[in-house]
Write a new protein. Structure first.
Length: 389
């Protein structure tokens, strides 16, 4: 495995990763608890209306905000001294120039590839994610968020990327609260449903794994581009509540962390294969305006072919996926050789890549959302157990 090249095993880091399987995002957890208070007149109860107003207009717009709400926005509103918004914006442009390559890597290597392990797929099964007819919508929501954070100034306080990331942070906390109190989740066996170790590992999929994956598809990535993309996702990770010591500026440090995460994982859980196959079969239901059945069949075949390249025979077998040959990869490599190693070396070429990447994203999201409005997983009007005054 390529990640094995990134340093020796650090027993202390392995121990910390194990310990933080039961570590939560405390400030968000307190907000989730306050939103689940059933007493409508309790002074510390937080309503979804208050949260949405604070997110849209600032915490000062909420009359007498409860402590949990104040503390949450005190954690997300201040911009850390290390944030460089010019570099954040450049990281967004880098990601957008990757175009279809980024979408391929995130679906095939990062998402479906992670289903070989036991923990995250189990949570998706328990919460009903990526099952039945929800597969297309759920993957589209993830792509919508990952795209939103790459827009120009999207991560400033008024930007869509900032708002959706804070939205996702609260959603994680509400899932944790529900699974711990209302579900059958075994914390002693699996850790918290959404814990610091899994959260930091997921962040690693969007930065270092994305960079590794696009290189495997023939994309040229410079040191400056790597630094910019890592900086963007470092700030996203901060807003998501990832522990500060696990927010990395340098790609090699994230690869080292990701390798240690892999060493802690157990393979072969029962939840992964059904989820992987659900996403493969969902390709046939993509929203194409012309020749939908033929294009859906091609999308499924292409996905299996790309998965064969990224996961190998063993990975395909672990996930119970049909046998496939990597026939779709050579054309991608050839196109990327021209696009990124020739055109990408000029300012005009990079502008073309940015324009074509933005155009691809618009079409790609439409194929997943269809006529439904794009967005991320909705927060409930009021979490179950709460009473609207």
């Amino acid at each position: 495995m390529l990640l094995r090249q990134h340093g020796k095993v650090d027993p202390a880091l392995l121990t910390t990763i194990g310990e933080r399987l039961t570590a939560r995002d405390t400030v968000a957890a307190e907000l989730a608890s306050a939103m689940r208070v059933s007493d409508a007149v309790h002074p510390e109860r937080v309503t979804m209306r208050q949260f949405r107003r604070a997110l849209a207009e600032g915490i000062d717009s909420v009359p007498n905000p409860p402590k949990a709400l104040r503390d949450f926005f005190a954690a997300v509103d201040p911009v850390p001294d290390w944030v460089d918004f010019d570099l954040v914006n450049e990281g967004g442009r880098v990601a957008r120039r990757f175009g279809r390559n980024a979408a391929d890597v995130m679906l095939q290597l990062a998402l479906i590839g992670s289903y070989r392990f036991d923990g995250p797929p189990r949570l998706l099964v328990e919460t009903g994610g990526l099952t039945g007819g929800s597969a297309l919508r759920r993957i589209a929501e993830t792509q919508q968020w990952a795209t939103a954070v790459t827009g120009h100034d999207a991560m400033r306080r008024s930007g869509q990327g900032f708002h959706l990331t804070v939205h996702v942070r609260l959603m994680h906390a509400l899932v944790n609260h529900r699974m711990e109190h209302d579900g059958d989740w075994d914390v002693d066996r699996w850790g918290l449903p959404v814990n610091q170790s899994d959260l930091a590992a997921t962040l690693g999929l969007f930065n270092a794994v994305q960079l590794l994956g696009v290189r495997l598809l023939g994309v040229r990535v410079t040191r400056a581009e790597s630094r910019a993309l890592m900086h963007l996702w470092k700030y996203v990770g901060h807003l998501l509540g990832v522990d500060q010591d696990w927010l990395y500026d340098r790609e090699i440090l994230q690869h080292r962390f990701n390798y240690h995460v892999l060493l802690t994982q157990s393979y072969g859980g029962s939840a992964g294969p059904p989820l992987a196959n659900a996403l493969v079969e969902a390709q046939t239901a993509l929203h194409f305006t012309r020749f939908a059945r033929l294009r859906g069949a091609y999308a499924r075949a292409r996905l299996l072919s790309m998965l064969r390249y990224f996961l190998g025979r063993r990975g395909m077998r672990d996930l119970g996926l049909p046998h496939a040959l990597p026939w779709a990869v050579p054309p991608v490599l050839a196109a990327n050789l021209l696009r990124y190693h020739v055109l990408g070396r000029t300012a005009a070429g990079r502008a073309h890549l940015l324009h074509s990447g933005d155009r691809f994203v618009r079409h790609h999201l439409h194929h997943y959302f269809g006529e439904q409005p794009p967005g991320v997983g909705p927060l409930p009007a009021e979490p179950p157990g709460a009473v609207t005054p």
